[in-house]
Design a protein around this ligand. Structure first.
Ligand code: GUN
Length: 294
């Protein structure tokens, strides 16, 4: 039996419509809308694309966005000054510093400078620290991991008591999604490049989250029949048949895995659209909290 396709694009569209309505209600009740500041340092093509998509999504939801495009050779001090200015700006409810930052910048110091109440990416060390402890609610949870959980929830996939395997241990996805699964009472295994017999570990997974950035590494015969597969990978591979000369594939060999899995996200159109929807959610929640504080 073929797996159910988890349509992240459709689920994200539903969430974005929910947010658009929340924003409209906020405008009506308070005469205010959420504001997101985006900070882009340098000229990485992928980062430019992500920030452009985030700003466009804000506009569609009625969220104001403030773009800060800064030169790649900006000093640590000047970048810190930009973040502090945004912390002090009452029109800005959320601050997103697009990662990765150039090598000469200490990214942890920059992320730590973001006001906790405006940390809509959830990467502030205190929010990450709270995420890593029991019963210490972070103010915000990182967007891609939160989107993975939302996909499972909105697809009716039970997490509690099931074997979850996370492939990858990055700060942006692998580690935080692992913590979220644990908080939801999954039995958790985190696999990485040194894991012995990866296929055998992955075969234990009722829920697999693949976030390693290796094109189609997970084969169909690694998947437990009926498992839920969340593929976070976005990898460009050469494809002479595609007008762009490349196509995007996930970390999972989709055509093989869909023959075995119970449910699976496609790439593109799975996790990707959820990251932006969760950013809009966090920004709107940040604005609601700020309005509550008066
Ligand atoms: N780079 C890759 N993913 C992300 C993300 O979710 N947020 C930010 N700020 N940078 C990223």
């Amino acid at each position: 039996m073929k797996a159910k396709i988890i349509d992240g694009k459709a689920i994200a569209a539903t969430i974005r419509e929910e947010i658009r309505q929340d924003v409209a209600r906020m405008r009506e009740a308070h005469g205010r809308v959420p504001g997101l500041a985006t900070v882009l340092v340098g000229a990485r093509k992928d980062s430019e694309t992500y920030v452009r998509m985030k700003k466009k999504a804000c506009a569609e939801a009625g969220i104001e966005s403030f773009g800060h495009e800064l030169p790649g050779d900006i000093s640590q001090e000047d970048l810190l000054a930009v973040v502090k200015g945004l912390n002090a700006d009452p029109a800005v409810h959320g601050i997103l510093v697009q990662l990765p930052l150039p090598d000469h910048i200490d990214d942890e110091a920059i992320l730590a400078a973001i006001s906790l109440e405006k940390d809509v990416d959830g990467f502030h060390p205190l929010n990450i620290g709270r995420l890593s402890m029991k019963r210490r609610d972070p103010l915000f949870v990182p967007c891609t991991p939160k989107g993975c959980i939302e996909l499972l929830d909105r697809s009716g996939i039970e997490i509690s008591g099931r074997n979850a395997v996370v492939l990858g241990r990055s700060n942006i996805v692998g580690l935080p999604v692992a913590m979220l699964l644990l908080h939801r009472n999954a039995t958790l295994t985190v696999c990485h490049s040194r894991t012995a017999d990866l296929p055998a570990m992955v075969r234990q997974a009722d829920i697999l989250v693949a976030a390693v950035g290796r094109p189609e590494m997970v084969r169909g015969d690694w998947i437990k029949p009926g498992a839920a597969v969340i593929d976070v990978g976005v990898n460009a591979v050469d494809d002479a048949d595609d007008p762009r000369g490349y196509r995007l594939v996930g970390d999972v060999a989709f055509d093989e895995a869909r023959e075995v899995a119970g449910a699976i996200t496609p790439v593109p159109g799975g996790v990707g659209p959820m990251t932006i929807a969760m950013l809009l959610r966090n920004t709107t929640d940040a604005a609601a909290r700020a309005l509550d504080r008066g």
